[in-house]
Design a binder for this molecule. Structure first.
Ligand SMILES: *[C@@H]1O[C@H](CO)[C@@H](O)[C@H](O)[C@H]1NC(C)=O
Ligand SMILES: *[C@@H]1O[C@H](CO)[C@@H](O)[C@H](O)[C@H]1NC(C)=O
Ligand SMILES: *[C@@H]1O[C@H](CO)[C@@H](O)[C@H](O)[C@H]1NC(C)=O
Ligand SMILES: *[C@@H]1O[C@H](CO)[C@@H](O)[C@H](O)[C@H]1NC(C)=O
Length: 220
């Protein structure tokens, strides 16, 4: 090969291989069907792992657990929580209640931004943390939110965010100014590093250098 063709091969390789790897572990005693946009979805029996490769530059990425699903051979069906339009391989986000691991890769200042959000409620305890050298601060939301859920927020398989249930300005912050509520504090007290309502403190967003790989663990 000429020097030029070697150079071109390297350019192509680099462009197609730059990605973050999300290692998703189902550490629960029950089956979880992961939903991922981008990525689709995957059934994970207890202690199974799925390695998801996500291209650098992806924004609005989301990984969430789905529970009590049934799918037919063509991948159509439904889940009690986190259902994405009845598909095993999600092309759209899931239905509440579901615990969200959200991320945006390699944006401003070549940084990744990630968070756990309870804005769509909670179904499965989740850890979302970097596993690369050089970045170590991750997020744990592992309290028994489902078990302690206030009556008015209880839903089959999970605990709804008050915005989902009541759809009012005070819970959804539709017109700007918004404060924590008795019900949003229920989530914040149990998962202080996760978003509990739309205008929650900005330090619920975490950063790592672009190119970092991540672990998502259900039932840590
Ligand atoms: C949901 O699924 C139906 C068919 O199963 C499809 O026609 C529709 O476009 C899907 N909607 C979205 C938002 O993906
Ligand atoms: C699945 O549904 C059954 C029956 O309603 C329930 O007992 C069980 O807790 C559900 N599993 C999960 C993980 O939500
Ligand atoms: C960051 O989070 C902590 C814990 O919830 C809170 O006490 C603190 O006020 C927050 N800081 C800012 C700047 O929002
Ligand atoms: C999996 O769950 C067990 C407890 O059931 C816990 O001891 C262990 O640390 C968990 N593993 C991970 C990777 O979180």
């Amino acid at each position: 090969m000429t020097t030029l063709s070697i150079f071109l091969v390297l350019v192509v390789l680099c462009h197609t291989t730059i990605a973050s790897v999300f290692s998703i572990l189902n550490n629960c005693s029950y089956t979880v069907w992961v939903g991922a946009v981008p990525g689709g979805g995957q059934r994970l029996n207890s202690y199974q792992t799925w390695s998801l490769y996500v291209p650098s530059g992806t924004s609005g990425g989301r990984i969430w657990p789905r529970t009590n699903c049934t799918f037919d051979g063509s991948g159509q069906g439904r889940c009690e929580t986190g259902d994405c339009n009845g598909s095993l391989r999600c092309q759209s986000y899931g239905n509440p209640p579901n615990t969200l691991a959200e991320y945006t890769l390699n944006q401003f200042g070549n940084l990744d931004f990630f968070d756990i959000s309870l804005m769509d409620g909670f179904n499965v305890p989740t850890v979302f943390k970097p596993n690369s050298v050089g970045c170590s601060r991750g997020i744990s939301c592992a309290s028994d939110i489902k078990g302690e859920c206030p009556v008015e927020l209880q839903a089959p398989g999970g605990c709804n965010n008050p915005c989902t249930v009541f759809k009012t300005d005070g819970y959804c912050c539709l017109s700007g100014g918004c404060r924590p509520t008795y019900l949003s504090k229920f989530f914040k007290e149990r998962c202080p590093h996760a978003y509990s309502y739309p205008m929650d403190d900005q330090n619920s967003t975490f950063t790592c250098p672009g190119g970092t790989n991540y672990d998502v663990v259900f039932c840590p």
